[in-house]
Write a protein that binds this ligand. Structure first.
Ligand SMILES: Cc1cc2nc3c(=O)[nH]c(=O)nc-3n(C[C@H](O)[C@H](O)[C@H](O)COP(=O)(O)O)c2cc1C
Length: 360
């Protein structure tokens, strides 16, 4: 059997294979609410055979959104999400959600509308950050969070996670990567605080650890908790892979089950050597601490995904853009690797044909 299609059990969750839809913002929400786009988009990837369908960065508060079109997990009415998780679960896939706060990178327009900050009078909002340092030239100055603000955001993450579990998500992922609020605390590039949330390594990781503890205390112990990190800022004076390895060891002790290993995002215009599997070595280094990892980034073909799992570079592969292009990537990967997997009954007559690509 190919390792890519081996089941993996994390806490009480049985995941049918090692393929995760990487979280990807759809910028398709209105007022943070889920709609048919999300149902069809995530539903298709579940039908396509992903072991885990990770829903995009979903804000824990309205001012934690990246754009006004982001999803939010800040309403007590979770019926729309329940509808989605019921459907994903019915396909045999595991519904998961990434919860997030954008911090100083929030209040921007969706990519197809220019990706630029929105003035408050045009529907933007005052952003927040560990330190009053804008993301880029001509970006608004974020408000430096005080201790009461920090405590309340930690509470918001706890509440968001509780709602997510209530809505039927079987895995919660904390977004601590890509230059968003938690990463802004981790990185010395954006965190210039001189209190117990800044300066030393232990101070910079404190905000994340308090969020992790809050969530672990708030959700059932059988629910896996993932953290996505940027393993490196790709900057000499930034967050580094060594700091990430050390963080993984600490996060494991705080009840984190898997580190989803990405990179970059703390500053614009940083040169990132984006080639096939460019972040896989970070996953490999972090996995050596004994924590489960997910590798992501230009993992587009089945044989390479299999190699990553087989060689022990990661426990799970997250597929991003390739699964936007092809929602049936896992079923096609099984075909390529000559693996027998369960197809949706509705598609069974096509699974025996020579080219499963015909299903798409
Ligand atoms: C449209 C789009 C939206 C994304 N949104 C998120 C997100 O919500 N959360 C996140 O952690 N990463 C996000 N990412 C990054 C992807 O999850 C993934 O890490 C990245 O695209 C590299 O993987 P790939 O080469 O397989 O696409 C996004 C990427 C794209 C293309």
């Amino acid at each position: 059997m190919n390792r890519l299609f081996e089941q993996i059990n994390i806490r009480s969750v049985e995941i049918k294979n090692r393929i995760m839809l990487s979280p990807m913002c759809q910028y398709s929400s209105s007022d943070g609410k889920i709609n048919n786009w999300h149902l069809i988009h995530y539903g298709s990837r579940a039908v396509g055979g992903a072991g885990i369908v990770m829903v995009e960065a979903t804000a824990v508060a309205p001012d934690g959104r990246i754009t006004p079109a982001d999803l939010g997990i800040y309403y007590d009415d979770i019926s729309g999400y329940k509808n989605l998780t019921d459907f994903i679960s019915s396909t045999g896939s595991i519904p998961a959600i990434q919860i997030a706060h954008a911090g100083r990178k929030g209040a921007v327009r969706p990519p197809w509308s220019g990706d630029k900050p929105i003035a408050i009078e045009d529907g933007g909002w005052r952003t927040v950050a560990p330190s009053a340092i804008p993301f880029d030239n001509n970006w608004p100055l974020p408000k430096e969070l005080d201790h009461a603000d920090i405590k309340s955001i930690i509470e918001l993450f706890g509440k968001g996670a509780v709602r997510a579990v209530k809505a039927g998500f079987k895995i919660v992922e904390i977004h601590a990567a890509h230059g968003y609020l938690i990463h802004q605390f981790l990185s010395p590039v954006s965190n210039k605080r001189d209190d117990n949330y800044g300066g030393t390594y232990n101070n910079r990781i404190r905000f994340l650890l308090e969020i992790v503890d809050k969530i672990r205390d708030s959700i059932p112990s059988d629910i896996p908790l993932f953290v996505r990190i940027s393993a490196t800022d790709w900057l000499n004076d930034g967050w580094s892979i060594n700091e990430s390895v050390k963080l993984a060891e600490i996060l494991k002790k705080h009840g984190i089950d898997l580190i989803d290993v990405s990179s970059g995002g703390i500053k614009p215009h940083v040169k990132i050597p984006a080639v096939r599997g460019y972040q896989v070595p970070f996953s490999e280094a972090i996995r050596k601490t004994g924590v489960l990892t997910s590798a992501v980034g230009m993992i587009d073909d089945a044989e390479y995904a299999e190699e990553i799992i087989e060689k022990g570079y990661a426990d799970v592969v997250a597929i991003g853009r390739e699964m936007l292009r092809n929602p049936y990537w896992p079923l096609n990967a099984a075909y390529t690797l000559k693996e027998t997997v369960k197809w949706p009954l509705q598609y069974i007559r096509s699974s025996v044909k020579s080219s499963p690509k015909g299903v798409g």
